[in-house]
Design a protein around this ligand. Sequence first.
Ligand code: DQA
Length: 138
Amino acid sequence: MKILIVNGPNLNLLGKREPDVYGNCSFETYFQKLVKEFPQVEFQYFQSNIEGELIDKIQEYGFSYDGIVLNAGAYTHTSIAIADAIRAIKTPVIEVHISNVFQREEYRHHSFLSEVCKGVICGFGLDSYRLAVESFIL
Ligand code: DQA
């Protein structure tokens, strides 16, 4: 089982960024735990603040990997281009968010990605990623 995790803009600052919303743990630290927890999974991890680089990565892995776990950050709420990339590939994508976007500002309530994703997981902190991975292996 091969799973790609993709993080979008500002998620490189996890652990430092708004810790009251996103917690104190960096993604690198969390990712190490995730890799240990799922020895049967071959993980790839990619983060970028640049929309086109996220699209390139989705296209690159989207015909050979078993699943993509995508936190597109704020691009979730703006990017028709990322939605089109998800439409274009074969690999199922799960949209994840660390925070419960529905408890937050109105502009975070709409996602261009949800309708083209297999499912959406939000509000479980970093554990949202683990739940997404589990859904692929169950
Ligand atoms: C986020 C929620 C988005 O609204 C926000 O722009 C982010 C992070 C989350 O994981 O909770 O950057 O995707």
